[in-house]
Design a protein around this ligand. Structure first.
Ligand code: G3I
Ligand code: 9MR
Ligand code: ZN
Length: 535
């Protein structure tokens, strides 16, 4: 396809831009079933797009608002996939991307009633051996599998829950419809039910004696690529406590205490006391070495030498939740310590942005200078992203060097940051830029695919995801966000087939390419956040 569109489509009132490879010239919108022309326009001038290594032109059809199903055709005979224009376009994909968390659940059977054909048996129920103290066991069942593997890691889990809880806080109307999970039907919104499943696992990952959080729970090695969860029966190990895990654990528990209080005071109180115990651990361990995989454990490392950002986030959430002066006093020094790597990041490694948001959203007394500095900094960051969007051929904010492992997380994190900037400034200045990132995810990209399983005319079909590979069902589990292009060539398939490709084209929809086409909870979560604004 020489013309890239959002394969889900567009809402009538939004900006609509098709990206045409080469000279677009006179292009037209045709009715998808009859082929008759319904609108025509003139594409913009040729632009060199460094990330995709292509020359493209923009076909702007914003002024065409008529509901229907269409294709775009250019003078040179190129055509796009079909797409719709309608009032509501992103609802089903949003719901599926949220339901995906149910499909990531560990420790329970996924029954047909909720899972359709994508069932699996109960898994990973044996207590985990404590690395370094092999007599000791930790019974941390439940939670979500991280990704295409079955590891469970505290940091990525905290990011995923934070994104979903923030989405529910800012856009509650996006979560009104039930998800079809076992808990559906209660007073608590399903998104909170789903996150609680992960939070309860995280609570089990807190060391009862010290208050520190174990970094992760995995087997020693990854099982083969088609192993179903219930067949992955190797011994489970918890890796040692880390300061990064304990920091983001404290933060997300303090956040949960606030968000769950209206529905379940007892659960909220247990989250808060867990957060306070984790904070006490952080205070008792001001200098702690960054996490490294123990020598016998080869699963995902999520190594992170910098813990100031997680501590900053913890202090800010604890302050927002409790209003206690001691937490407030901790925020500014931690912000200063974290600032060298930025205060606006929403990644699994640098989590400072969540701290900034917690402080800015806190309905508490604040230090005016710090508040102004964070607000200005956030808006400056949003302006920088918007400036990149304006130059990028596909209208997103990634620089060529940012097409790294999990680049789609960055795409969605940037959309999230733009939307948060709108919230903080009380405007709608950045929202159409954020929407361009959503268009990219669903097909307005050089690969021409929707990076979400089951959604769009040409979705990815072969994600690196063990249940999708092993379950005997042809279609992958729906609603999963692929990691996306990675110029780093970090698996054998990529080294063999993707060398020399442009950054944004360094992608392969094959199971073998785990460094471009794996799926992960914390790639889904910012995508849920971003779509929540547009449903
Ligand atoms: O940040 C640097 C950047 O400065 C540099 O320019 C660039 C050049 O390659 O690399 C960037 O670092 C990359 C980092 O991700 C960014 O977050 C590393 O190269 C890359 O190796 C690293 O990949 C991580 C990958 O694990 C390997 O450790 C991914 O972020 C992370 O999402 C992924 O997580 C895995 C778990 O380990 C296991 N479970 C599945 C999960 C998803 O694939
Ligand atoms: O399946 C694993 C995936 O979840 C990880 O992100 C990735 C990187 O750590 O590793 C994958 O496992 C591969 C292993 O590292 C090397 N041998 C092939 C495995 C894929 O089946
Ligand atoms: Zn499991």
């Amino acid at each position: 396809q020489g013309i890239a569109v959002n394969q889900l489509g567009y809402r009538g009132m939004d900006a609509k831009i098709a990206v045409i490879r080469g000279e677009g010239g006179n292009f037209r919108i045709v009715d998808a079933s009859s082929g008759s022309k319904v609108w025509e326009g003139e594409a913009g001038p040729l632009e060199w797009d460094e990330a995709s290594g292509e020359t493209v032109s923009r076909g702007d059809f914003t002024s065409f608002r008529q509901s229907g199903t269409y294709r775009i055709e250019s003078g040179s005979g190129e055509s796009s996939y079909p797409f719709v224009i309608a009032d509501s376009v992103y609802e089903e994909a949003h719901r599926a991307m949220l339901k995906a968390f149910y499909f990531f659940r560990c420790g329970m059977e996924l029954e047909e009633r909720c899972a359709g054909p994508w069932t699996h048996g109960p898994c990973h129920l044996t207590p985990a051996i404590v690395y370094g103290d092999e007599e000791k066991r930790v019974d941390a069942y439940g939670g979500w599998h991280d990704a295409g593997d079955y590891g469970k890691y505290v940091g990525p889990g905290a990011k995923a829950v934070a994104d979903l809880l923030l989405a529910e806080e800012l856009y509650p109307q996006a979560f009104a419809r039930p998800l079809g999970i076992p808990e559906s039907g209660g007073a608590m919104p399903d998104v909170l039910q789903e996150c609680r499943y992960e939070l309860e696992w995280m609570l089990r990952m807190q060391d009862g004696e010290t208050g520190g959080a174990y970094h992760k729970l995995t087997t020693l090695r990854f099982p083969p690529g088609d192993t179903m969860p219930e067949d992955d029966t190797a011994d489970l190990y918890v890796s040692p406590v880390s300061a990064t895990a304990t920091g983001c654990f404290a933060a997300v528990m303090a956040m949960a205490a606030r968000r769950y209080r209206p529905y379940d005071e007892v659960f909220a109180a247990s989250c808060l006391s867990a957060a306070e115990r984790a904070w006490a651990w952080l205070e008792a361990h001001p200098d702690y070495p960054g996490f490294k995989n123990p020598p016998t454990i080869a699963t995902g490392e999520y190594g992170d030498a910098q813990d100031a950002d997680e501590r900053y986030w913890a202090a800010a959430e604890l302050y927002r939740t409790t209003g206690e002066a001691r937490y407030h006093a901790a925020i500014e020094p931690l912000a200063n310590a974290a600032e060298t790597s930025g205060l606006y990041e929403l990644g699994w490694a640098n989590m400072s942005g969540y701290g900034t948001i917690a402080y800015l959203f806190a309905e508490r007394e604040k230090a005016p200078e710090l508040e102004a500095r964070l607000k200005e900094g956030l808006l400056r960051k949003a302006d920088e992203l918007a400036a990149v969007c304006a130059k990028d051929g596909y209208g997103i904010s990634l620089q060529p060097e940012q097409y790294i492992w999990g680049s789609n997380m960055l795409v969605m994190n940037h959309a999230m940051l733009l939307l948060l900037a709108d919230r903080i400034s009380g405007g709608t200045h950045y929202e159409q830029h954020a929407l361009r990132h959503v268009h990219y995810l669903f097909g307005t990209n050089t690969v021409g695919m929707s990076y979400v399983t089951g959604y769009g005319a040409a979705p990815i079909l072969f994600p690196h995801h063990r249940p999708s590979e092993g379950d005997g069902v042809e279609a992958p589990i729906p609603g999963l966000v692929s990691g996306g292009p990675n110029r780093g060539l970090q698996d054998d398939y990529a080294r063999e087939h993707l060398a020399g490709k442009a950054p944004a084209a360094s992608f392969a929809d094959v199971m073998e390419s785990y460094s471009t086409n794996e799926v992960a909870i914390y790639w889904n979560s910012p995508a849920v956040f971003a779509l929540s604004r547009f449903v």
